[in-house]
Ligand binder design. Structure first.
Ligand code: ZN
Length: 331
């Protein structure tokens, strides 16, 4: 089931119906919005043999949904391998396959998910076919951001930007699925159904723990407790051990800063941390508006630094000491 993205679906339908699909689409947007679902839907829409497409029951629809349709090819990193990349050999194989006659589809679809997993030689190997695919073949490339792709790839595609799904639609969907805290999960999802589901599925609980830790670090008497925490968290050898917790903490901090702004604007009904109104009010008194800007900047810097893999402990130290300083200034 696809939530939202009505305009995108209509646009793709209209193009398909007049036989005017672009030969390469770039579906762009954050994780969990449903880009892949729309790519699969498009494959079924163009190939379904029933009156009302996609029917989900005809042989075309069934095989596409099962991932066994020979003309709907997904190029993705090998899940059994540590490096989540798409190599040049895999791309050459796809190009070779796309040179064959189609089996029994109206349109062969090649889905690259995510396109940014292609290493540069792989991306370069794809360029020519991407620009001029064999007749009856189309590409859908997926990425969280076009900036992660070579400009030569992007320029060959028609970009389709996926935006947030309406919170109300996500809320209704969660309620139908019998999720607890549907309203809160929908709001915290910021318009991503995948994220909403994750939250309903234990993520919310983890966030509350992260928030407790964050508050403890923000208010502890000395800096030592903070530095000890950062050191303990990041002492694992692998960054993948601590990055999820650090990322979660940053997300919670960002939400609280957002709530401070919401509180300042008087719209308390829209708080993400509505179960902690006193906390939000307290932070507002101390941080709004200058402190919020300062801490937000520290978060932006921290994210940039994490991208280039600097010492995690230093990154965490910098954010939390900044937060403590800003909170403390108006004590
Ligand atoms: Zn069908």
């Amino acid at each position: 089931m696809i939530l939202g993205h009505t305009a995108i679906l209509e646009r793709l339908k209209a193009a398909a119906d007049r036989d005017g699909l672009h030969h390469a689409y770039l579906f762009e947007g954050p994780e969990g919005l449903g880009r892949r679902l729309v790519a699969d839907w498009l494959a079924r829409y163009v190939n379904c043999t029933s009156e009302s497409r996609p029917c989900g029951r005809c042989p075309q629809c069934v095989r596409i949904a099962a991932g066994t349709h020979p003309d709907v090819i997904v190029l993705e990193p090998d899940p059994t391998r540590a490096s989540q990349t798409i190599g040049v050999d895999a791309v050459r194989e796809i190009i070779r396959q796309s040179g064959y006659h189609r089996y029994d589809s109206k349109r062969r679809m090649i889905i690259v998910d995510p396109a940014d997993a292609m290493l540069e030689p792989a991306a370069n190997a794809l360029l020519k076919t991407l620009e001029e695919p064999p007749e009856g073949t189309g590409f859908v490339l997926l990425t969280t951001s076009a900036r992660r792709l070579l400009p030569t790839i992007v320029s060959r595609c028609q970009r389709v930007r996926f935006g947030a799904v309406p919170i109300e639609a996500i809320r209704g969907w969660l309620v139908e699925r019998g999720a607890k805290d549907a309203d809160l999960c929908a709001r915290l999802s910021l318009g991503s159904p995948g994220r909403a589901l994750e939250l309903a599925d234990g993520g919310l609980e983890k966030r509350r723990e992260a928030r407790s830790t964050l508050l403890r670090l923000a208010s502890a008497g000395t800096l030592k407790g903070l530095f000890d925490y950062d050191q303990n968290l990041t002492k694992g050898t692998s960054r993948s051990d601590w990055l999820p917790e650090a990322t979660l903490m940053f997300e919670v901090l960002e939400e609280l800063l957002r709530d401070v702004a919401v509180h300042a604007s008087g719209a308390n009904g829209m708080l993400l941390h509505a179960d902690q109104p006193d906390l939000v009010a307290d932070w507002s008194a101390r941080l709004w508006p200058g402190g919020v800007r300062q801490v937000q900047q520290a978060l932006i810097d921290a994210r940039d630094q994490l991208e280039v893999n600097v010492n995690g402990r230093l990154v965490l130290d910098a954010v939390f000491t900044k937060l403590r300083a800003e909170l403390g200034e108006h004590h």
